[in-house]
Every structure is written in C-alpha cells, then in structure tokens.
Design a protein around this ligand. Structure first.
Ligand SMILES: Cc1cc2nc3c(=O)[nH]c(=O)nc-3n(C[C@H](O)[C@H](O)[C@H](O)COP(=O)(O)OP(=O)(O)OC[C@H]3O[C@@H](n4cnc5c(N)ncnc54)[C@H](O)[C@@H]3O)c2cc1C
Ligand code: SF4
Length: 418
C-alpha cells in the first residue's frame, strides 16, 4: 500500500468522523487511522435487539465484568451487559488516578464515543464566548457566537437534532427537528417552574442528536423508533454516530482509506521544512510499525490520547513534545461536573401511562449570571441541569420500607398501579 496521502485523520469518533467527511468531500485522498477494531454499522450492533431476559442476570453488569471495568463502571450508568463491549477493559488500559479520581470513560473501536454518547447537543452562547474577557480570566476567545453560529447550523442540519426553540440568549436555538414530547410529569414541572420562578429559569426539552422526522444523510438514517437502546448502536441510524453518518459519507467519496487496529503513537516532524510530515503507527494485531505521510494531519483521538501523541512526538525542535513550548501540554485538564443535582418522587398521574421509550428527558438551561437579578456575588458563570421523569422501581413501592423489586408484594404493587 502507498504510504503517501493528502491528509491523515487520527481517530474515528465524533471529531474524526467529521474531519474524514469534510476532507474527502473536498477531494483529498485521506488515510483514517483508528486504534480499535472495526464496527460496521448495524451488522456489529449485536445486542441492539436483545431484551433484559436475554442476558444472564438481566441487563446489569455482572461481577466478573465489573472486575474488568471498575473505572468504566464508576458512574453507574454507562456500561451494562448490552453495552460493555463498547467501553475499554480497564485492566488492559490502566491509568493512575489514585490521588485525584478521574473518570476516564472511553471506547476504542470504530466510531469511538459517537456510539455511546448521551446525544445531548447544545450550542455555546455569547455568555460563554465573552466570559474570559469579562471575568479577566485566561485567554479571550478569538471568536464570538456569531462566527460559529453558521457552523452549528451546518452540523445540526446534517446530523439531525431535535429540540424546542425557546428564544433565550443563554440557550441559543438551532436548526431543530420537532422535539420529543415531554412526558406528563416533565410537562407538569415545566408549567410549575414557569409559574413559580420569575428569574428566567425554564424547563425545556433536552436537545439531542436524534432524527424525529424524515431522514438524514448516511447509511439508512431514519426516524427514531422510541426504543431507548441507543448506547448499543442504533440499527435505524436514528441517532448521530460516525458509523452511521460521517464515515459512510467519507466512504462514498472513494477518497477514504480506513485502517482500524492502527495505533498512532507519534507525529513525524520534518526538521528541514519545520512542519509535521507524517505519523508513526503500531499495528494492534501484529505489533509491526509503519509510517504514513501527508501534508495535512488531523489529530482527533480525543483529549487525553491526542495530548499523549503530542507529548510522545519529540524532536530537536520540540524536545518536550510537539507544540509544548509552554510546558502546559498535559496540564489543566478539567472533567465536567456530573451527577450533582437533586431528585424527588411525585405522587400523582397514576391514571397515566407511557407509550414507547423516549430516549431523551429535559434540560434546565443556565439561569445564573445572565444579567439583572440573576447575577450572583459568590460565583461567576453558570450551569444547567439534565434530567428526566420516569416511572421506575421506586415508584411502585408504597413506602421506603417497601422498595421491593421481586416477589408477591412486587406483583401486587404493579397490579395496583395499572
Ligand atoms: C457515556 C458518555 C456520554 C456522553 N454524553 C455526551 C452528551 O450527551 N453530549 C455531548 O456533547 N458529549 C457527550 N459525551 C462526550 C462525547 O462523547 C465526547 O466529547 C466526544 O465523543 C469526543 O469526540 P472525539 O472525536 O474527540 O473523541 P472520541 O469520540 O472519544 O473518539 C476518539 C477516537 O480516537 C481513537 N483513538 C484514541 N487513541 C488513538 C490512537 N493513538 N491512534 C488511533 N486512534 C486512536 C479512539 O479509539 C476513538 O475511536 C459523552 C461521553 C460519554 C463517555
Ligand atoms: S431510541 Fe431511537 S435512536 Fe435510540 S436506539 Fe432506539 S430507534 Fe435508535
């Protein structure tokens, strides 16, 4: 195989898939390197149509599986028996976070986390772009919302994002498909928040990358079937993933050479021309090393691997890693705050039932530090909440003492609720 291309893309997750599509559609012969195994859209979603009773012990992670994925299991909602093959084996991919616990949830396969992400899709707002300048912290963003808004339009129209327009500057609207309905309790919360708060706080529909009407480009991408099994890969291509959307578009151009099982470990620096000129790769299957060359190299292997590839790319010009003149490469990593919030039970709507399994809940957009009475003296900036209301095991119990999930009392409670 020729080892010279117009462009090289490293990684096939959300950013790598997009880079592959854009470069190949512009006519560049592009090598796309992915460290993990091949996952073919539909054919390799082998758990997509399985029910809980098809798994030993239901669709909860078994003790044996947990031993191999203790870190992937930390959040409690990521890996199940139906999806654990899309997350790494922590024993094979260890990292040291003894001092500061860091949940590094990842999957090494074609499509990366585009197969398992939560699909929530929000735009940054002008508040975010202006924040550094206004607060006098860090470096001012070189662009503003108006510069990036057309690109949000471009992506949303291509992938399909459902949502409810709200007309709020801190929660910019996009090119939305019709929203999934809020369920009866979520709607009740929306109305109740509107009635009880006058500080700009609202409850809106979660905005997610699901097709809710019509079709989108890619491999047979059609409207969502309300199955809520997205994390296993969607046979309908109804949520956005690289595998269903951007990679097939790149493939269709005839300009993509896709190589799974190819671990990039270094960028080759041309000391003479003072430019990156290629990548060094280890074949994950036979351990052989290869070099590939191109004028354009996109590193899309996600935050930590991209940083580590740069740190490993040492040369006379970059003795501490490529692009690391400041010594800051690999520092200042920040996780997103997660699982901080509130929950409650609601005793009502017992005469209502739900049809289908909606794969998205609600979102309460930022309502702090957006002007006037919302401005706080004790902290800057703001936060939003993701959430959802559902009838779960908790709600079939009469009291805390009765949180039964099996046996005759469980059966009685279910019958009583119908
Ligand atoms: C459970 C979960 C839920 C999430 N929910 C949301 C959400 O609702 N909304 C949202 O906006 N974001 C969400 N995210 C985050 C989102 O998935 C990531 O921000 C996004 O996938 C990052 O895209 P990426 O292309 O940078 O990396 P990834 O999608 O992680 O892709 C990186 C790819 O690079 C490959 N790779 C890594 N190292 C190498 C190497 N050395 N050589 C070759 N290939 C390599 C990997 O195998 C992988 O395929 C979620 C993440 C997780 C884990
Ligand atoms: S809920 Fe919709 S997007 Fe998710 S797996 Fe089912 S059909 Fe696909």
């Amino acid at each position: 195989m020729d080892n010279k291309f117009d462009a090289i893309v490293v990684g096939t997750g959300i950013s790598g898939g997009w880079a592959a599509k854009e470069l190949t559609e512009k006519g560049l012969k592009t090598l796309v390197l992915e460290r993990g195994r091949m996952i073919t859209h539909v054919d390799d979603y082998h758990t997509a149509n399985m029910d809980p009773w098809d798994f030993e012990g239901g669709d909860t992670i078994t003790r044996d599986a947990y031993k191999r994925q203790p870190k992937q299991s930390r959040t409690g909602y990521v890996n199940r028996e139906s999806s654990r093959h899309l997350f790494v084996d922590d024993l094979k991919h260890p990292y040291n976070d003894d001092k500061n616990k860091f949940n590094w949830i990842r999957g090494y396969h074609l499509g990366g986390r585009s197969l398992t992400w939560g699909r929530h899709t929000y735009r940054l707002s002008e508040f975010d772009f202006e924040a550094n300048l206004k607060d006098g912290i860090g470096v001012d963003w070189p662009i503003r919302y108006k510069d990036i808004a057309p690109w949000y339009d471009y992506v949303e129209e291509y992938i399909g994002v459902q949502g409810r327009p709200e007309g709020l500057p801190q929660f910019p609207d996009g090119k939305f498909l019709k929203p999934f309905d809020l369920n009866v309790l979520e709607n009740h919360m929306r109305n109740s928040i509107a009635k009880n708060f006058n500080d700009g706080r609202i409850l809106s529909n979660a905005r997610t990358a699901h097709i809710t009407e019509g079709t989108k480009p890619g491999l047979g991408r059609v409207t969502c079937q309300y199955r809520n099994r997205c994390m296993r890969g969607c046979p309908y291509g109804a949520y956005f993933s690289s595998n269903s959307s951007t990679l097939p578009a790149a493939e269709a151009t005839g300009n993509m050479t896709l190589m799974p099982n190819s671990i990039v470990h270094e960028i080759i620096y041309d000391e003479e021309n003072k430019k990156a000129k290629g990548v060094r790769v280890i074949d994950a299957e036979n351990n052989q090393s290869y070099e590939y060359y191109a004028k354009v190299i996109f590193l899309c292997s996600s935050t930590v691997p991209t940083t580590s590839i740069l740190m490993q790319s040492k040369s006379n010009r970059f003795p501490n890693g490529m692009g690391n003149d400041s010594g800051e490469l690999g520092h200042n990593i920040m996780d997103h705050h997660f699982q901080v919030g509130a929950s409650g039970t609601f005793d009502g709507f017992k005469n209502k039932t739900t049809y289908g399994r909606k794969p998205a809940g609600f979102f309460i957009p930022r309502f702090r530090n957006i002007g006037g009475s919302t401005n706080r003296k004790d902290f800057i900036r703001g936060y939003g909440y993701q959430g959802g209301a559902n009838r779960g095991f908790m709600s079939i119990a009469d009291s805390k003492e009765e949180l039964v999930s099996y046996g005759p009392r469980f059966k009685e409670n279910i019958v009583k609720q119908r």
